[in-house]
Unconditional design. Structure first.
Length: 264
């Protein structure tokens, strides 16, 4: 689906299903230098089990027109505009990493319109090292290499996909390399600068799920604790054992099972 948002084309994967206003809507939001494809299993499942699905490409990513937005707050405003453009009155948000921050900030801005909030690989704040920011700003390939190395648990860097022949780390690298110059830096700088995460969490009115990887080096489980505390009794934390930050690739079934239990 192509949606016009403020005069720019936005792509959202729908699972090849037409929007049905009578069905609940789930919006999936990807992380830095990714696109809607990281949600392939999870988005398709919900699209074929009674939900409208919008797995969006953020501005300047995938098939969505640019430029990339430079702050989480701007991305949140954009995400609400996407929901408005498709005519969804109420939605559930599912976000990963930068997408989790975007979904959190959007939920705080329209709390009465969000039924569920699932945050995968979250942290608030989400600081990014100066070295990684500098490499990304210079469009140095080492930025991709660092992120890829930190995103997977050690065992999954060399294999371990349940489908023989699928190289998860290689696929992730190719996806990042398709990102236009400057977009990774813009994404990482937005994560680094987002200081309102805990305040936004306190403004969330719906149930929330925090899904964390026990071996996540990009957003370690301890980094989600303050966020869980700010969400309070509305939040439940689920830890995926042995899993890194790229959890939709490393543990696709476990991620899907957690989302099914939470959203349905």
């Amino acid at each position: 689906m192509i949606v016009d948002v403020c005069g720019r084309a936005v792509y959202a994967y729908t699972g090849s299903r037409a929007f049905d206003a009578a069905q609940p809507t789930v919006v999936f939001v990807h992380g830095a230098a990714n696109d809607h494809g990281v949600w392939a299993l999870q988005s398709r499942y919900f699209a074929h089990h009674g939900c409208n699905v919008l797995a969006v490409d953020l501005p300047g990513h995938g098939r969505s027109a640019g430029p990339a937005h430079g702050s989480v707050e701007a991305l949140a405003q954009w995400l609400v505009a996407v929901v408005d453009a498709v005519g969804a009155a109420r939605v559930a948000f599912v976000g990963h990493s930068l997408g989790a921050l975007t979904a959190l900030a959007a939920t705080a801005r329209v709390p009465d319109r969000v039924t569920r909030l699932a945050l995968l690989g979250p942290a608030a704040p989400m600081p990014v090292s100066d070295e990684l920011l500098a490499a990304a700003k210079a469009d140095d390939h080492v930025a991709y290499e660092l992120i890829n190395g930190w995103s997977f648990s050690p065992a999954k860097l060399v294999g371990g996909n349940r489908l023989p022949g699928v190289f998860m780390a290689g696929n992730a690298m190719r996806l990042m390399e398709r990102t236009p110059p400057g977009v990774l830096y813009t994404d990482l700088a937005a994560c680094n600068a987002y200081a309102g995460g805990l305040d936004d969490a306190r403004g969330v009115a719906c149930p929330a799920l925090l899904l964390v990887g026990a071996r996540d080096l990009m957003a370690p489980p301890r980094a989600a604790k303050d966020l869980a505390d700010a969400l309070g009794e509305r939040a439940r934390t689920v830890t995926l054992p042995g899993c890194g930050h790229a959890m939709m690739a490393e543990a696709p079934d476990a991620v899907l099972d957690a989302l099914i239990a939470f959203l349905r």
